[in-house]
Design a protein around this ligand. Structure first.
Ligand code: ADP
Ligand code: MG
Length: 702
């Protein structure tokens, strides 16, 4: 049951004054919470934070107010001048003065009675708005605020400006938020005292008050202590709930997987190379997890080409030694097949029975695989989403490896988990996710990193080239092909579209075909499975030397002797994607290059992206730069578009807090796993406020 102290905030917004069903729907659009099916509540309004402020502290007096300035004036009303009867096009004017001069307040389509009431002749009032000078005369058109002098205190001198949506007036929204704030009870503090002091955090209530009723523009700054306090609250709520979920998942298992080495030894013998030190290290960590009765939830992070697949294979070998089955899931069919072709020859030497299951396996082949999985005759299965289907049952799935995790949702992760008796889970990602994002995406997962590439890799030379100089490139490609090199050529779209005139893969193929004849192949997302396989096979075996491709090859494809990567319209790709694509070359011992073909003129961000690509091959640096560039992009745009999954926290500004929140959550739960202590009880409130109450339910379920 929700603690009753929260009740005043957990009412639908439509129960607030001035918020009917229509306004309610509009407000729901600006509420940052992911509402799902539920109606917005007063609590959600607390986190509708201002984009910026209007500073009304400037009070220069009428004569000294500059054109266009927002000013606040203290004036005496002199006289009203209504428009001539029947002529609505002339505005209603009210003249007023202060010590420095006279001003005309101008109202269009005014209600005379209202103006008489707000601006009684002879009275002193405070007005605030934008100053305009017409023919040397100061005016203010529709002042934003008008108040009698004795109510001037209530005027927001630093006025928060909230995100708006068409049809929703700022006043109505402000009033609703004000009511939500008014319903805020006195909460017990859920944050640690010393931590609060160190960061000069105000209390939750004070932070909200400061942001919604700022006294200074700094009060609403994203980097300011009020906003940071709320961001930390949100991070902590997220980290505590992830940790609770994880603890729950771990409680489900309790099966140590220990092997005798007979399979792993054979696999190692079959490898044509030695594992790198970080591969060995990661494997050590994984084996320790497998042997532990707690369930493994580990992220294997390694830049493109760092050799994650073999680590997964050895882990799966260990799982089979321990008497279970293992599954390796890939996000695309091409990748699943590639994994199979890597794994199958090695597995065969170790006596492992391996099968593949994708949407393409049909008929007898499929039913045999399904039977083999159910009976346990198959040790390792490689597949795609097809593995999640209900018809798939395992004899005893003990290890699930998920490759390129960012393409799979949490749902799918859970679906595969359900296929076994809480199998150990290894998630592999090639995207060098900065630590901060790992935390938001995966929570408190353990992380193993492959920090170096296999020995003998040559650096990749990266150049940028405007599309106009395509001819030079084609010349160089002729030479390269004559030398027996292999070239990827990536195009962004499959078909020519009217709006986006990008050269499509098919067009590019058609234009290069006359020059390269049989040496050029094509693969794209709309081709049939068998055609894709054939194109990949021909390229891998060297029958074709140039492969024109859409980004279907982006993830994981391994053709070690490909040496040139051409990316057309590189300016259209994100940094992470460019890095992924470039990682398809430079895998063998020959030196490789990457050509980023771009279309002039380049935008500022695109320019920066391409130069980052030229400067570095370090995936982590690239990921950090990516985050920065995106952060800046957001700064330039609206501030509203926050970090996905968060209401107030902004990863570009608050990343430092995220790590602290993770550690804090760990500590809290190690001392108080059921959140029973005084602080634990307060933290439950926090979980509710940020919509993490699912986790509280887990607590009760035990
Ligand atoms: P990724 O981490 O991008 O998934 P892969 O697992 O596809 O990388 O490996 C990239 C290439 O490196 C493959 O050709 C693989 O055979 C090779 N490889 C993996 N480990 C080593 C190693 N220790 N020494 C040499 N080559 C290796
Ligand atoms: Mg891979």
């Amino acid at each position: 049951m929700r603690p009753s102290v929260l009740d005043p905030l957990f009412v639908p917004i439509t129960s607030l004054a001035g918020v009917g069903p229509k306004v309610g729907t509009l407000i729901e659009r600006v509420v940052p919470a992911d509402l799902g099916d539920r109606p917005a509540r007063a609590a959600d309004l607390l986190f509708v934070l201002p984009n910026t402020v209007i500073d009304r502290r400037n009070r220069p007096g009428i004569a000294l107010s500059a054109e266009g300035q927002i000013v606040t004036l203290e004036v005496r009303v002199d006289r009203h001048q209504p428009p001539p009867r029947g002529n609505r096009s002339v505005p209603y004017r009210v003249y007023a003065h202060d010590d420095t001069g006279e001003i005309a307040l101008t109202f269009f389509h005014a209600h005379a009675a209202y103006l008489q009431k707000m601006l009684p002749e002879g009275e002193r009032v405070v007005i605030s708005g934008r100053m305009e000078w017409f023919n040397g005369r100061p005016t203010m058109v529709h002042p934003d605020h008008i108040a009698p002098i004795d109510e001037a205190e209530g005027l927001p001198l630093v006025e928060p400006v909230y995100p708006l949506t068409a049809g929703l007036s700022a006043k109505v929204l402000r009033r609703a938020i004000g009511q939500a704030l008014g319903r805020l009870p006195e909460f017990p503090e859920w944050q640690d005292d010393a931590f609060m002091r160190r960061h000069t955090f105000p209390s939750f209530g004070d932070a909200l008050a400061r942001i919604h009723n700022p006294k200074d523009p700094l009060d609403v700054a994203v980097e300011g202590s009020a906003w940071r306090r709320l961001a930390y609250d949100e991070f902590l709520a997220g980290q505590v709930s992830l940790a609770l979920v994880r603890a729950k998942i771990r409680r489900l298992s309790g099966r140590p997987l220990v092997g005798d080495g007979r399979i792993v030894e054979k696999l190692r013998e079959a490898l044509p190379y030695k594992l790198t030190p970080s591969q060995e290290f990661a494997l050590g960590e994984i084996n320790a997890d497998l042997a532990d009765p707690e369930r493994m939830l580990r992220l294997l992070q390694g830049d493109v080409g760092s050799g994650k697949t073999v680590v997964a294979l050895l882990a799966m070998g260990r799982a089979v030694e321990a008497g279970g089955q293992a599954a390796l899931m890939a996000p695309t069919e091409i990748l699943a097949r590639q994994h199979l072709s890597t794994i199958a020859p090695l597995a065969e030497k170790a006596g492992l029975r391996v099968a593949i299951l994708t949407g393409r396996e049909k008929g007898r082949e499929r039913s045999e695989t399904l039977e083999g999985l159910t009976s346990g005759a198959i040790d390792i299965v490689v597949g795609t989403h097809a593995l999640f289907q209900e018809t798939v049952t395992f004899h005893d799935l003990v290890l699930a490896v998920v490759d390129e995790q960012h393409r799979f949702g949490v749902h799918q992760r859970l679906a595969i988990t359900a296929k076994g008796d809480a199998p150990d889970m290894l998630v592999m990602t090639a995207t060098p996710i900065p630590r901060t994002l790992v935390l938001t995406a995966f929570g408190d997962m353990d992380v193993s990193k492959l920090t170096e590439k296999p020995a003998g890799r040559q650096p990749i030379r990266t150049v940028t080239l405007p599309l106009e100089r395509l001819d030079e490139l084609v010349e160089r490609m002729r030479d390269a092909v004559a030398e027996g090199q292999k070239i990827y050529w990536i195009c962004p779209l499959v078909e020519e579209s009217e709006e986006i005139k990008l050269m499509s893969a098919e067009d590019r193929f058609a234009s290069l075909k006359p020059l390269f004849g049989d040496r050029i192949g094509l693969v794209h997302g709309r081709m049939k499975g068998a055609e894709k396989d054939e194109a990949m096979r021909a390229f891998k075996q060297g029958e074709t030397r140039i492969l024109i491709a859409t980004t279907v090859i982006e993830v994981g494809v391994d053709v070690p002797d490909a040496t040139i990567m051409v990316i057309e319209h590189a300016e259209r790709f994100g940094l992470a994607q460019l890095h992924q694509l470039r990682g398809r070359v430079g895998r063998g011992d020959r030196s490789s290059s990457c050509v980023l073909l771009y279309k002039d003129p380049l935008g500022e961000t695109a320019k920066r992206r391409l130069s980052v690509m030229r400067e570095t091959e370090d995936g982590f640096r690239i990921a950090e730069e990516d985050l920065k560039l995106r952060g800046e992009g957001e700064l330039l745009g609206t501030r509203q578009s926050g970090t996905p999954g968060f209401q107030v926290a902004r990863i570009e500004f608050h990343a430092d807090l995220l790590e602290a929140a993770r550690d804090d959550a760990r500590l809290i739960l190690s001392r108080d796993p059921e959140l029973q202590s005084e602080r634990g009880q307060a933290l439950r409130l926090l979980l509710y406020l940020f919509g993490r109450d699912e986790a509280v339910r887990l607590l009760r379920a035990g």
